[in-house]
Write a protein that binds this ligand. Structure first.
Ligand SMILES: C[S@@+](CC[C@H](N)C(=O)[O-])C[C@H]1O[C@@H](n2cnc3c(N)ncnc32)[C@H](O)[C@@H]1O
Length: 267
């Protein structure tokens, strides 16, 4: 059985729903997470190759793809996630050598201050309502010489899907992503000394809009805060598919564009 420590985390209903959506997806996550691996690898490139003796928190570790690479480079890794099922996948992938697993919320980290050399967090912080809160918590748990490597999605991500849904109904089907300005405001509320942000657009190509939506559901990113969840009717999906055709390129593929922010912040 998996050795995961559970820490009581704030039970806001959206947090529970987010954790449930990711838990439901955990077993199939890796089959749908090519984009997440790509972003994770770009973020790992921001760290030295040799991490012997480093103590790293992987915040929102998911199934532990990045945690395992950090482990293989010599680091001691503490995996934290809201979702227990995700942590169980991470445990199966990485085992126990220099690894620990904890169910907790990135907004209320259950650690003493100044204990990590690095907080690594890939594509998890966009699930927090106000980025300023986890950024301050991360600052607190970092050693004075520590740094955070984070990736998150910005406004304009999945714009094609959003525009296609708008032609079908007026509900919110795609998550709202934070603006660069909101990130800067959140950063201003913490005390980081050096801040490097890299922004890039990454396009993933699909044969159909349904296959994009299958990937989003497959990784558990289908919870849209504030919207009642339910089955989407086949007829409605066909309408979205039709609207998405507007974006088809000459090779017959449909783009899903992500606006990605990679950040390295030194405490
Ligand atoms: C898109 S997955 C990314 C997982 C992994 N970092 C990767 O790159 O494959 C987002 C993860 O963040 C976790 N998560 C979301 N909100 C969180 C929070 N407030 N605290 C901790 N983990 C959170 C989810 O449960 C999920 O496992």
């Amino acid at each position: 059985m998996v050795e995961v420590t559970s820490h009581e985390f704030s039970v806001q209903s959206d947090k529970v729903a987010i954790a449930q959506a990711f838990s439901k997806a955990a077993a199939r996550y890796d089959q749908h997470a090519a984009f997440q691996r790509d972003v994770g690898l770009r973020l790992l490139d921001k760290l030295p190759e040799q991490l012997n003796g480093w103590r790293i928190l992987d915040l929102g570790c998911g199934t532990g793809y990045c945690s395992q690479i950090l482990q293989s480079r010599g680091a001691t890794v503490v995996c934290v996630d809201l979702s227990l099922a995700m942590l169980q996948q991470a445990y199966q992938r990485c085992g126990t050598a220099r690894m620990a697993y904890l169910q907790a919320d990135g907004e209320v980290l259950p650690f003493a201050s100044s204990v990590f050399d690095v907080v690594f967090s890939s594509l998890a912080l966009q699930w927090c309502e106000n980025l300023a809160t986890p950024l301050q918590e991360i600052y607190r748990v970092l050693k004075p010489t520590g740094r955070v490597c984070l990736s998150t999605l910005l406004e304009g991500s999945l714009v094609e899907l959003q525009q296609s849904w708008l032609k079908v109904d007026s509900y919110q089907h795609v998550n709202r992503f934070t603006s660069l300005n909101q990130i800067k405001i959140a950063l201003a509320q913490a005390d980081y000394q050096q801040i490097h942000l890299d922004l890039s657009a990454i396009t993933v190509w699909y044969e159909s809009a349904v296959s994009l939506m299958r990937d989003l559901k497959g990784i558990g990113a289908n919870h849209v805060p504030g919207r009642a969840q339910g089955l989407t009717r086949r007829h409605t999906l066909a309408q979205v598919e039709q609207a998405y055709q507007l974006f088809r390129n000459h090779q017959g593929l449909l783009p899903a564009t992500y606006q990605v922010c990679l950040g390295v912040l030194h405490r």
